[in-house]
Design a protein around this ligand. Structure first.
Ligand code: NAD
Ligand code: MG
Length: 396
C-alpha cells in the first residue's frame, strides 16, 4: 500500500504535536508532506529534522529564510515557504493525500477551505472554520467529494456513534438528539461572584485536557462548547433543538447519540486527542494511537448534569447565534477571538469576554454570506467592533 502523504497545518501546536506522535508510530503508513507554524522556527526546525517533509511554512519571509538557512546547513532538503498562500498551496498540492487542519482560530479558514475545495481528505480540528463559514464549507465538501473527518473529540465520538450510512439528514435517521459532553472547565464549581478575578493562568489550567491557550480559555467560558454546538449543526445537519450539552466532569464519555427507540450510543476513552487523530488518519481502519485503553474500574462514579447558562452565558450566546443564522456565528467567533486575546493579555476581565461578544451580536446585524470574501469582510468588521468595545470597557 502506498504511504499516505499528510500536510499538517499548525504542526507546532497541541494537536499538531499529537498528530506527529501518532504518525511516528506508523512510518509504514504515513509520510509528512508539509509542516506549518506561525512563528515557532526552532520547534518547526526540529520537526523538519525528524520528519523530513517536502515543505515547511512560516508566517513571514524573515522567519522562512532563518529556517531555510538552518535546513540547508544541516543538509535537510525541506523547502521553507511563508504566508497564507503557501498554507493553501501545501493543503491543495496534488501529492498531498490528507490535511490535518490544526491552525487555531480564523487564521485556519482559508487553508482548510482550500483543502475542502480541492477534494482532500480533511482531518478537521480547526472548529472555527465551520463556525465562520459552515454553509460554504459543507457545500465545498459536497461539490468536491472531499472526505471530512471530525477531530474535535466530541464530534469524532458522534461520528463513531452514527450509522455508517448517515448522510446529514437527521429527520430520517431515527436520531432524537445529539448530546455533546463538556467537562465544565476549571471554573465549574468556583463561586460565580469571584469569576471576574480569575487570571489567564488559572483559566488555561484545564482539569482533563492539555490544549492551546485559546481553546483552554474557551473551555473555561464554555464558549468552546458553544462553538462545538455550531460545529455539530454543520457536520451532522442537526437543528439547534436537537443538539444538547451535558456537563460530565470526568471527560470519559466523549459524546452521545440518542435514538428514538431509547438507545443511547456513547464513545468512551481516556481524554487524549491521539485517539480521534488516529481514527481520522486510518479511517475506516483502526490503528494504535499510543493511548492506553480505558480502565473503567478507576472511576467509582461518572457524573452528568445540565449546564448552568447563568454561570456560562457564552454557551447561550452561541445557541443564539446558531438560531439567528446568516453571519451571526461569524460575528460570535470574531468577537470571541478578540475578547480572549485581550483577556490573555491582561486587558479584559474574564466576565467581560461574554459582554464583548454579546454587544457585538446585538450591535452588528446578521447578513447572508455567499463566499470567502464576504466571510472575511464580516470577520474584519466584527473584530474592529470588538476591539473598540475592549478599549472602552477593558482594564486600562
Ligand atoms: P495551539 O495554539 O496549540 O496551536 C496552534 C497552531 O496554529 C500552532 O502550530 C501555531 O503555530 C499555528 N498558528 C497560530 N496562529 C497562526 C496564524 N495566524 N497563521 C498560521 N498558523 C498559526 O492550538 P491547539 O490547541 O492545537 O488547537 C488547534 C485547533 O484545534 C483549534 O482550532 C482548536 O479549537 C482545535 N482543537 C484543539 C483541541 C486540543 O486538544 N488542543 C481539541 C479539539 C479541537
Ligand atoms: Mg472538543
Amino acid at each position: 500500500m502506498p504511504k499516505q502523504k499528510i500536510s499538517i497545518l499548525g504542526s507546532t501546536g497541541s494537536i499538531g504535536v499529537s498528530t506527529l506522535d501518532v504518525i511516528a508510530r506508523h512510518p509504514d503508513r504515513y509520510e509528512v508532506f508539509a509542516l506549518t507554524a506561525h512563528t515557532q522556527v526552532d520547534k518547526l526546525f526540529l520537526q523538519c529534522q525528524q520528519f523530513q517533509p517536502q515543505y515547511a511554512v512560516l508566517s513571514t519571509p524573515e522567519l522562512a529564510s532563518v529556517l531555510q538557512e538552518r535546513l540547508t546547513l544541516h543538509g535537510i532538503s525541506t523547502i521553507a515557504l511563508y504566508g497564507a498562500q503557501a498554507l493553501c498551496d501545501v493543503a491543495t498540492a496534488t501529492e498531498c493525500d490528507a490535511v490535518m487542519a490544526a491552525i487555531v482560530g480564523a487564521a485556519g479558514l482559508p487553508s482548510s477551505l482550500a483543502a475542502a475545495q480541492a477534494g482532500k481528505r480533511i482531518l478537521l480540528a480547526n472548529k472555527e472554520s465551520l463556525v465562520m463559514s459552515g454553509q460554504i464549507f459543507m457545500d465545498a465538501i459536497a461539490k468536491s467529494g472531499a472526505v471530512l473527518l471530525p477531530i474535535d473529540s466530541e464530534h469524532n465520538a458522534i461520528f463513531q456513534c452514527l450509522p455508517g450510512s448517515y448522510g446529514r439528514k437527521i429527520e430520517h435517521s431515527g436520531i432524537s438528539k445529539i448530546i455533546l459532553t463538556a467537562s465544565g472547565g476549571p471554573f465549574l464549581n468556583r463561586a460565580v461572584e469571584t469569576l471576574n478575578d480569575v487570571t489567564p493562568d488559572q483559566a488555561v489550567a484545564h482539569p482533563n485536557w492539555v490544549m492551546g491557550r485559546k481553546i483552554s480559555v474557551d473551555s473555561a467560558t464554555m464558549m468552546n462548547k458553544g462553538l462545538e454546538v455550531i460545529e455539530a449543526h454543520w457536520l451532522f445537519g442537526a437543528p439547534a433543538d436537537q443538539i444538547g450539552v451535558l456537563i460530565h466532569p470526568q471527560s470519559v464519555v466523549h459524546s452521545m447519540v440518542s435514538y428514538v427507540d431509547g438507545s443511547v450510543l456513547a464513545q468512551m476513552g481516556n481524554p487524549d486527542m491521539r485517539t480521534p487523530i488516529a481514527f481520522g488518519l486510518a479511517f475506516p481502519e483502526r490503528i494504535n494511537s499510543g493511548v492506553a485503553s480505558l480502565d473503567l474500574t478507576k472511576f467509582s462514579q461518572l457524573h452528568f448534569r445540565q449546564p448552568d447558562f447563568q454561570r456560562f452565558p457564552c454557551l447561550g450566546l452561541a445557541y443564539q447565534a446558531l438560531r439567528t443564522g446568516g453571519s451571526a456565528a461569524t460575528i460570535l467567533n470574531a468577537a470571541n477571538e478578540i475578547a480572549v486575546e485581550a483577556f490573555l493579555a491582561g486587558r479584559l476581565g474574564f466576565r467581560q469576554i461574554e459582554s464583548v461578544i454579546e454587544e457585538c451580536l446585538n450591535q452588528i446585524s446578521s447578513v447572508s454570506l455567499n463566499d470567502l470574501a464576504a466571510i472575511l469582510e464580516v470577520d474584519g468588521q466584527a473584530r474592529r467592533h470588538a476591539l473598540s468595545i475592549v478599549s472602552q470597557v477593558g482594564v486600562q
